[in-house]
Design a protein around this ligand. Structure first.
Ligand code: ZN
Length: 401
């Protein structure tokens, strides 16, 4: 008669029954005496100390993992394995056949050699594109602002680095010291260049965080060209009071878009509020109930409660909201042309049922149209915006005349 495990003895007192039977059904494990190694930290230590014991442990885990039994995870969370360090547990998980969570390509170990090389030679400076050089030439012509000074050092460091590397190549056969002095100079310029690049990035992020209106689209376009900023970047706006944390979204081509999300507690009417803000590119609507209600009652509308909470497809309400800021809605059915004089469109999206419908904004920058859907995480560029005009009820946001 084989003995069974007496269970996990908690150091704080109490005993938990063993669930680590070999078949993974959740029964107690067999044990030669006392507890099994998943219940007794001393036995686990013994097992990990011997090759055979470790092999048995890994084989047991592997069998559980292959079976897909919850006992496998329980061993790591309720069993003695939870006392091991993260890396030791990870090694056991790999041994049991779990796939590695990172790719070799991106792992630090793989990059070690590259890091060492960069440490010695400095991280190389990427080559500038013609557009970028053009911008730099224009800006550097007069260095009066902080930004222009930054750009000036940015180009100077790059130029000096390339000349000192060239000198290095030229003097390759002129002896050890000369060769290394050229390298040291190049490395210095590289380090300086990367530092300036960080400062430039800081400056751009500070501008983005300031909030609309943004008058720096050329700067951001250039930064995209130089890959100083990655597309799809979100920058939270500072000094805003509202709870929805509006962001500055940096689109692929360096366009800056104001974007508010409809929070988890926002109802369908708040999507109208957010979308008006998104359509006008700044926070204009802060509260929606009192002002608009008063405004509508002044104009002789009897305001029913369902217009505020339920009936999202009430363009009357939205156009009244907009009037306070000098705009109005205009129904737009022409799917081929963008309405003249309109910066943005507002759409009623969602399925046919009224309770799934909500407001979303479309805005145009140059030739690109972005969907600012406050139910989603970020704005998206929609190349075929014309289709959405066919699909959804669309209004142009036009100035009041
Ligand atoms: Zn046990």
């Amino acid at each position: 008669m084989p003995k069974i495990c007496t269970g996990f003895v908690d150091p704080d007192g109490g005993v938990r029954p063993c669930i680590f039977a070999e078949d993974g059904q959740g029964g107690p494990a067999q044990s030669k005496g006392g507890s099994c190694l998943f219940c007794d930290a001393g036995k686990l230590e013994l097992a990990l100390g011997s090759r055979i014991g470790k092999g048995n442990l890994v084989r047991r885990l592997k069998a559980w993992h292959r079976k897909g039994t919850p006992v496998y995870e329980a061993a790591f969370t309720f069993g003695t394995l939870c006392a091991l360090s993260d890396s030791k547990r990870q090694v056991l998980r790999w041994g049991a056949g779990e796939p590695a969570r990172f790719e070799r390509k991106t792992s630090w170990l793989h990059r070690k050699k590259l890091r060492l090389k960069r440490f010695l030679w400095g991280r190389p400076i990427p080559v500038a594109s013609n557009e970028s050089l053009q911008y730099l030439r224009n800006e550097v012509a007069s260095s009066s602002t902080y930004w222009q000074n930054l750009l000036c050092s940015f180009s100077v460091c790059r130029k000096m680095e390339s000349t000192s590397s060239a000198r290095k190549a030229k003097k390759r056969n002129c002896g050890y010291w000369k060769k290394t002095s050229g390298t040291a100079a190049a490395r210095n310029w590289r380090r300086k260049w990367w530092r300036v690049r960080r400062l430039i990035k800081e400056q751009l992020l500070a501008w983005a965080a300031k909030g609309p209106p943004w008058n720096c689209s050329a700067e951001f376009q250039w930064a995209m060209e130089e890959e100083i900023l990655e597309p799809g970047l979100h920058v939270s706006l500072q000094s805003t009071s509202i709870e929805n944390h509006p962001i500055c979204f940096v689109a692929e081509d360096g366009e800056l878009l104001y974007f508010e999300r409809n929070g988890p507690y926002g109802n369908k009417l708040t999507t109208a509020m957010r979308s008006i803000n998104n359509a006008l590119g700044k926070e204009v609507v802060k509260t929606y109930e009192t002002e608009t209600s008063n405004h509508m009652q002044e104009r002789g509308y009897a305001l029913h409660p369902h217009m505020v909470t339920g009936c999202i497809y009430s363009p009357l309400y939205v156009t009244n909201m907009l009037q306070a800021f000098g705009f109005k809605l205009q129904l737009w059915r022409d799917s081929q042309t963008w309405p003249a004089g309109a910066k943005s469109l507002l759409q009623i999206r969602g399925k046919d049922a009224w309770y799934t419908q909500y407001w979303a904004a479309l805005t145009r920058r140059d030739d690109k149209v972005y969907l600012l859907d406050c139910q989603k995480d970020a704005p998206v560029h929609i190349p075929k915006w014309q289709q959405s005009v066919v699909m959804y009820i669309t209004y142009a946001v036009v100035p009041l005349q």
